[in-house]
Ligand binder design. Structure first.
Ligand code: SF4
Length: 716
């Protein structure tokens, strides 16, 4: 058989590396980094390098969902059902629920791992056809604070920098990001930039002394949740020392006086005390940030997964605006996306509070534009339920039908006891999934098999606004279907029930036809891609947005002219106060639980957990504690401990680590029921670290505080 090479992307993190997939017949046989892809220039991390090994026939047989399945009774084994019968059943349940209880009685929970075309189909199905904004995604758990921060300050959800800025920066401020594990190929670029330019200052602010912190010239081990205090403190010093750029502030921003008066009280002494840092380090960080010719901030879940995530993002952006560290090579606030297509989901407006192409749900003109594009009378104005709200509403019986696609809330959502109650109480649960091993499959009334990496066709957008083609190397296994195809199949059946006799709103024969409609939705918007096509992606490779009609290429960097997408063209300072953690440490729960990634695992391990070699780096779950905390509690390496929050507890071995600070407990996010058992505080079986986490969320972004909960740690 002739080997074939197919150009596509890695399905894991938001770096969005290009891959070359080697295949023979229906089997993927190898993977290499794509030397021509501008995100990685041929490099791959351990997860990307082993992708092909996750597609062997044995793993496919064991792990993949290959046929539609119906569970006639909850708790009973699922039985095979034909695709048509499955889709008819789903359409009947959706239609009858909508008829009886209204459109907001149904909800969709989808994924930043879907392709843009998948996202577009689901968003139009929910908002255009059904008339509910109850469509949210696991990107809510990943990026919604970054979205809210950008919109609040810069006027649009658009990361202004690009990966190449790492090579131009003279100061890198990495905060709330362990890029060494979470974005490994980008981190290689950072290491290389530092090697090439040893004068570049690297500041890392993180409660844990991570591998990323190992590269730092200045490491700031700030207390969990104190980021806003740190940013206000740095601005206070910059103002005091005369390091702000007053000409830039006057010409390109508004709201500085209010912010100035807010940060007046944030003296270095107070900030040092609250953040657990030294005054000298604060001055050094402020000086390097403000006085460097180009400062680039890189940040991720440490800022986003927080009950003050919007404020953390916006107050970091304040620093860039105050020092004019934006809109020039090597400078800007650059949020890193966790997932491969969190950006694409934001672009199509596939979240409960967003509308297509960065339109505003509260704006009647914007709603009318989307309705006209979709050919429907209107789209709903009221924001839908965000991820946490959606599952709480299902647990309360308000949302009766749930459609879950390409994500695993029974492991990944915070406060698992509530999520599981929701999945049990919902009257009908559809799970559209590639992997039968995902915990959420156990709760499904209907399981619909989906295509996965190496099989899918469409586009994704990575952290730097770069759109890449995702191409299939092999046919779908079994009866698996593309996610967009299943959404369209459901939509067409629902149309027959909800608007009989009318022409279909979903006339899509292929992924490209969906993408073309998405492209049209961006016309005249900040993310305009009317100059882009599948053909251009084929001929010229991945492109950044915006790329307007007539443009030869996209824009690597935004706001170089100092004009922002706000009504007056000026960026807005955010005078937001420091708000403490939702659940601070206290005498009964004296540890700060911090969650995070491992280097070689991805999310709930449905794919990476199938490979023994990816356990070589970390073989089993543990809770990392500071050696002094271990000693004080009489704990030795490997002792089993019960880690307990107000919601549940888990049992796992303790490990001494000087990466974590005193009174901190670190547990990786990936381990599910196979590895890490626990129970809720009412005795129901639960698994993984999200038995402990809180669903408290940021009021601005509705992103939950997955990064922190108060826990106690007791020897078992
Ligand atoms: Fe995949 Fe991210 Fe690793 Fe690149 S850095 S190979 S996108 S997991």
């Amino acid at each position: 058989m002739t080997p074939i090479t197919t150009r596509s992307t890695c399905p894991y993190c938001g770096v969005g590396c290009g891959v070359l997939i080697e295949s023979e017949g229906s089997q993927i046989t190898g993977v290499r980094g794509d030397p021509q892809h501008p995100a990685n220039f041929g490099k791959l991390c351990t997860k990307g390098q082993t992708l092909h090994l996750t597609t062997t026939p044995a793993i496919t047989r064991q792990a993949r969902l290959l046929h539609p399945m119906q569970r006639v009774q909850r708790g009973a084994p699922a039985q095979a059902i034909a695709w048509d019968a499955a889709l008819d059943l789903a359409a009947d349940r959706f239609a009858s629920t909508i008829e009886e209880h209204g459109p907001d009685a149904v909800g969709f929970y989808i994924s930043g791992q879907l392709l843009t075309e998948d996202y577009y189909a689901f968003n139009k199905l929910a908002k255009g056809l059904i008339g509910t904004n109850n469509i949210d995604t696991n990107s809510r758990l990943c990026m919604s604070s970054a979205v809210a921060g950008y919109k609040l300050t810069l006027g649009a959800d658009a990361p202004p920098a690009c990966y190449d800025d790492v090579n131009h920066a003279q100061c890198l401020f990495i905060v709330g990001s362990n890029a060494a594990f979470a974005h490994p190929v980008l981190f290689r670029r950072i290491e290389e930039a530092k090697r090439n330019n040893p004068d570049m200052k690297v500041i890392v602010a993180d409660p844990r002394r991570t591998d990323t912190a190992g590269l730092a010239d200045l490491y700031l081990p700030l207390q969990p949740g104190s980021d806003v205090m740190l940013f206000h403190g740095l601005l206070h010093i910059m103002l005091w020392e005369g390091w702000t750029d007053n000409a830039y502030i006057a010409a390109h921003t508004t709201g500085f006086e209010a912010l100035k008066s807010l940060v007046r009280e944030h003296t270095p002494e107070r900030v040092a005390q609250v953040c657990g840092l030294t005054r000298d380090d604060l001055f050094t960080a402020a000086r390097w940030f403000a006085q460097s010719p180009a400062t680039l901030s890189l940040y991720c879940q440490g800022l986003n997964q927080s009950s003050s995530g919007t404020a953390k993002n916006a107050t970091l952006i304040n620093l860039h605006l105050a020092t004019a560290q934006i809109g020039k090579p090597g400078a800007g606030p650059f949020s890193l996306t966790g997932q491969p297509n969190a950006m694409g989901g934001r672009e199509v407006g596939g979240l409960a509070n967003l509308l297509s192409a960065h339109r505003d749900m509260a704006n009647p003109q914007h709603r009318a534009e989307v309705a006209a594009l979709w050919g429907v009378p209107s789209v709903p104005e009221k924001p839908g339920l965000s991820a946490v709200e959606l599952f709480e509403a299902a647990a309360d019986g308000q949302v009766k039908v749930l459609w879950i696609a390409c994500t695993n809330p029974a492991q990944s959502m915070p406060d698992q006891a509530t999520v599981r109650r929701a999945l049990q109480r919902a009257e009908f649960v559809v799970v559209q999934e590639a992997f039968a091993t995902a915990a959420t499959c156990d709760f499904a009334d209907l399981l619909l098999p989906a295509t996965s990496w190496g099989e899918k066709d469409g586009t994704v957008t990575n952290s730097e606004r770069r759109i890449s083609r995702v191409r299939p190397a092999v046919p779908a296994p079994g009866q698996a279907r593309h996610d967009w195809r299943t959404a369209v199949d459901l939509a067409q059946r629902l149309e027959v029930r909800l608007r009989p006799g009318q022409p279909t709103l979903f006339p899509y024969p292929d992924a490209e036809s969906l993408w073309l409609e998405h492209r049209e939705s961006t016309r005249g918007r900040d993310l305009d891609i009317t100059g882009l096509s599948y053909a251009m992606l084929q001929q010229q490779g991945p492109q950044q947005w915006p790329l307007r009609a007539g443009d030869a290429q996209g824009k690597p960097r935004l706001y170089e002219d100092g004009v922002f997408p706000t009504p007056d063209g000026k960026a807005r300072f955010a005078a937001l106060p420091f708000v403490p953690l939702a659940e601070p440490r206290e005498s009964r729960y004296p540890f700060s639980l911090i969650t995070g990634r491992l280097r070689d695992q991805w999310h709930g391990m449905t794919r990476t957990g199938s490979l023994g070699r990816l356990f070589g780096h970390v073989a089993e779950p543990c809770v990392q504690l500071h050696p002094q905390d271990m000693e004080r509690r009489g704990l030795r390496e490997g002792d089993l401990v019960q880690v307990t929050s107000k919601r549940g507890s888990i049992l796992l071995p303790a490990q001494a680590s000087d990466e974590v600070g005193l009174s901190q407990a670190f547990i990786a996010m990936h381990w599910g029921a196979e590895y890490l058992s626990g129970q809720s505080n009412t005795g129901e079986p639960l698994a993984g670290v999200n038995a402990l986490t809180t669903s408290a969320y940021c009021p601005g972004s509705k992103q939950p505080e997955l990064k922190h909960a108060a826990v106690k740690v007791l020897k078992a």
